[in-house]
Design a protein around this ligand. Structure first.
Ligand code: ZN
Length: 503
């Protein structure tokens, strides 16, 4: 970098730091809205958040940002500077390609669509939502033409969540998953015994004690309370305002243990990633997780590979029984393990087990690709949804509310987002296998309620890099190969063959 490049780069970083501050302030307003804001704050808060987003967007797409990007030179892409410039140039290109009127139109449309979706779901009436979705899909298609793509318009949308991912690669991934999972689901269907069912986790579980137990677990995972806190919200999430403040929220259900128990581990997985990022990346675009899929791999790793495993519960189940003696004293470890790992097709994605979850995602992926291709009329969507449910899961939702209307994503214009959930599942095992290969003592430590070797390995290999590497580079660096489904399929097969005596 020569002097001129150096100066431009420093000025660019100052500018990006201010933009990051605006985004963090907006995130804090969001956090407050979801946790403590009184009902009366809704309208005012919407304005405040819109203003901050607009300021951040204007600053980012301003000609000055473009000029500084152009004058910052081309440092080695493997250096920190090179990585930062690459990411910012890509985001900037995306941001300036979308005309302001289109962005505004998308915001207006989705703002109206979400309440319409809420009502449509309440009344299970597709016709109330269909015209909104029609318009959203049209605008998404328009956006893809502005954003540009090589092979398929869906790639342009996907790229916003999973840089570098392509529809064709996802098709291969899902094809491989489907080949093993659909037969597995068929083989197991109806075999979950009554006592295995998740109903076992229903009973009376006081909120304070659930919270206390969750805290013990995430302390052991390595969640840093000096740089975090936990609050309550209807939809749990993890959010950060820089590396020094990474918060999680939880939903407690007094009659059902699972949502808070696994939800807390899940959100903590996201939080450990954010807390573990190199603090020198704060207020820069490198200071966050590299993609939605990689982020989800970390939440799933702690929730499923740790939190639904035998080693983990052999240590924690006696403690959980001590916490809730009335509900759990008559249930032994084995029964509990089976209860938290029931494999059973159901209509609702967010309640799905580890296997069927991906089939819910596959169905959404195929349908949204068809919508973006303009191959599927909106009015036919509910029937197409139900046909795929039948084909992949062998069930038919009782109503559109429990079918095509169950998720908020499409009403918010989130096309290309769903596949990142399955990318996360697949990667969680690829990363975990590598961790165990390098540090074989991890499972034995889990059995003792210790996670520091696993946490340290993840921080060293994944967390600390933030967004320095693109997802495909990171996966390659960490595991020596690109994303592969084999480890994930092997994991599921071993786990569920054993649970259901399939051999
Ligand atoms: Zn998540």
């Amino acid at each position: 970098m020569n002097k001129e490049h150096e100066t431009a780069y420093e000025r660019l970083k100052d500018r990006l730091a201010s933009i990051s501050d605006l985004s963090s302030a907006n995130a804090l307003l969001f956090w407050d809205r979801q946790t403590y804001m009184p009902e009366g704050g809704v309208a005012g808060r919407a304005e405040q958040m819109a203003t901050l987003s607009r300021l951040a967007h204007e600053m980012f797409t301003d000609a000055e940002t473009g000029r500084l990007l152009g004058s910052s030179g081309d440092p080695d892409p493997s250096s920190e500077k090179g990585a930062l410039l690459r990411r910012v140039r890509r985001d900037h290109k995306r941001a300036i390609r979308l005309p302001a009127e289109l962005v505004a139109e998308i915001t207006r449309t989705t703002t109206l669509a979400e309440p319409a979706w809420v009502k449509a779901r309440e009344e299970s009436d597709w016709a109330l939502f269909a015209p909104h979705l029609e318009k959203i899909v049209r605008l998404q298609r328009e956006a893809t033409e502005h954003l540009g793509y090589d092979d398929h318009p869906y790639d342009a949308l996907l790229d916003g969540y999973e840089p570098g991912a392509r529809k064709a690669q996802l098709e291969t991934m899902f094809e491989e998953l489907k080949g093993d999972m659909v037969p597995l689901v068929r083989a197991v269907a109806g075999r979950a015994k009554e006592e295995d069912r998740a109903a076992l986790l229903h009973g009376t579980f006081t909120e304070a004690e659930q919270e206390e137990f969750g805290k013990v677990v995430i302390n052991a995972f390595g969640y840093d309370w000096e740089r975090g806190r936990q609050d309550r919200s209807v939809h749990p999430f993890c959010i950060n305002f820089g590396p020094g403040d990474v918060r999680i929220t939880t939903r407690f259900d007094k009659g059902w243990l699972a949502p808070a128990l696994f939800g807390t581990m899940h959100e903590t997985g996201h939080a450990l990633y954010e807390q573990g990022i190199n603090q020198g990346y704060a207020r820069t675009p490198l200071g966050g997780g590299t993609s939605m899929g990689v982020h989800e791999s970390q939440s799933r790793l702690w929730e499923n590979l740790v939190g639904r495993s035998r080693p983990f519960w052999s240590h924690y189940y006696p403690k959980l029984q001590d916490t809730f003696p009335e509900a759990l004293s008559g249930i032994d470890l084995e029964a509990f393990y089976r209860a938290i790992n029931v494999l059973e097709p159901s209509s609702i994605r967010v309640e799905a087990d580890e296997v069927t979850y991906n089939l819910h995602i596959l169905l959404r992926f195929e349908l949204e690709v068809a919508l973006i291709e303009d191959e599927l009329p909106i009015l036919d969507l509910p029937a197409a949804w139900n046909a795929k449910m039948k084909e992949y899961l062998g069930i038919t939702p009782e109503s559109d509310a429990e079918g095509v209307l169950q998720d908020v994503h499409w009403s918010n214009g989130l096309f290309g987002y769903f596949p990142t959930y399955t990318i996360g599942n697949v990667l969680s095992v690829q990363f975990f296998d590598e961790a165990i290969k390098q540090r074989p003592e991890i499972p034995a430590e889990m059995k003792e309620g210790k996670f520091s070797t696993l946490h340290t390995w993840l921080r060293e290999n994944i967390y600390r890099h933030g967004s320095r590497y693109d997802p495909d580079e990171l996966i390659e660096r960490v595991t020596g190969r690109s994303l592969v489904t084999a480890p994930y399929l092997r994991y599921l097969k071993n786990k569920f063959d054993e649970l259901y005596d399939l051999d």
